[in-house]
Design a protein around this ligand. Structure first.
Ligand code: ZN
Ligand code: ZN
Length: 344
């Protein structure tokens, strides 16, 4: 079967012909992949930017951690799912033995290994995954939308971490999939106004307008504040969610955060940010980090996707066959598309 793989610790990916997996090990299942999304992490791994050196020991490895499919074969002892079930895959494989796993905090497992990062993932026709990582997909939810679940759980977790309250004015920085999802969940949490800012990011801001968000601004050519002033948008926010991974925006965001406001960071930053802590103290502000969501978030996000299919379908700009993966990666990198789904 065809698989999109990382072969060596250097820039580049390869479409390879690999053997189909044999019978799954105990507790695991084989999933026939329906759809798998390309994410910013995949682009970093493809370009071999810093932070992924741990992958070297598992290469060659098949990428793809945002995927769904149909269960085709069960390993010994699997009783929670059946063949024919449509499932979405939680990429975090946990040990089940460490102190955090034993205390109900498996999402914080100390030895977690990501599917599609540290073991073979979903950019292939078949994937072998632990049964406990499979979450059932509602019948009504299309393949391409179900494959949005993983990034949407990250968005939901960011909004939960931010503690968005009804009536809040919320700013989302970064118009990619995580930012798009955060805008939706902030609105669902009752935010009175949701503003989304991007920088030289026309295609993804257009996606947000198609999703029904009117307060969308491109701050290219100036500061965040200047962009908001130009667009006649608020200059004070109860909650700000940063999903851009640009360190200089942290200080800019704090300057726009209300007294007692919360800045939630979920971007991956290439270097440290500089923050005026005295201003933060005097304004009683908080900075919080947010990453992956607990298991309980997954069914909630799947239900949201099923109930809002028409709207979230705007987030998927392309569904292309796996054979065209390398071209699709180039388009994803140029930000000329929002979410691109690969169909093995
Ligand atoms: Zn991802
Ligand atoms: Zn553990």
């Amino acid at each position: 079967m065809l698989a999109l793989r990382k072969l060596a610790p250097e820039a580049g990916l390869a479409l390879c012909d690999v053997p189909e997996p044999g019978a799954p090990p105990p507790g695991e299942v084989i999933v026939k992949v329906g759809m798998a999304g390309i994410c910013g992490t995949d682009l970093h791994v493809a370009d071999w930017t810093a932070g992924y050196a741990a992958m070297t020991e598992v290469m060659p490895v098949t990428l793809g951690h945002e995927f769904m499919g149909t269960v085709t074969q069960l390993g010994e002892g699997v009783s929670t799912i059946r063949t024919g079930d449509r499932v979405v895959i939680r990429p975090s494989v946990v040990c089940g033995r460490c102190e955090r796993c034993r205390n109900g905090r498996a999402e914080d497992c100390v030895t977690r290994r990501g599917i599609g990062i540290m073991r073979d993932g979903g950019f292939a026709a078949l994937a072998v995954v632990p049964a406990e990582n499979c979450v059932p997909v509602p019948d009504a939810l299309a393949d391409g939308l179900a494959a949005l679940t993983e990034p949407m759980t990250v968005s939901a977790e960011a909004v939960d971490t931010a503690g968005v309250n009804p009536g809040d004015t919320v700013l989302i920085i970064g118009p990619g999939t995580i930012g798009q999802g955060a805008a939706l969940f902030a609105e669902a949490a009752g935010a009175a106004r949701v503003v989304i800012a991007g920088r030289d990011d026309a295609a993804r801001l257009t996606t947000l307008r198609a999703m029904g968000f009117a307060d969308v601004v491109d701050t290219g050519g100036g500061s965040l504040r200047e962009g908001l002033v130009r667009a006649g948008l608020p200059l004070s926010y109860d909650a700000i969610i940063e999903a851009a991974g640009v360190p200089t925006l942290v200080g800019e965001a704090l300057d726009l955060l209300a007294l007692r406001g919360v800045l939630t960071i979920c971007g991956i930053h290439p270097k440290p940010a500089t923050v005026d802590l005295t201003a933060l103290v005097r304004r009683h502000q908080q900075i919080r980090g947010s990453y992956r969501a607990p298991l309980a978030t997954w069914p909630r996000v799947l239900a949201y996707l099923a109930d809002n299919s028409e709207r979230v379908s705007k987030m998927v700009t392309e569904e292309v066959p796996l054979t065209e993966a390398l071209d699709a990666f180039a388009r994803a990198k140029s930000r000329s598309a929002s979410k691109i789904m690969l169909r093995p």
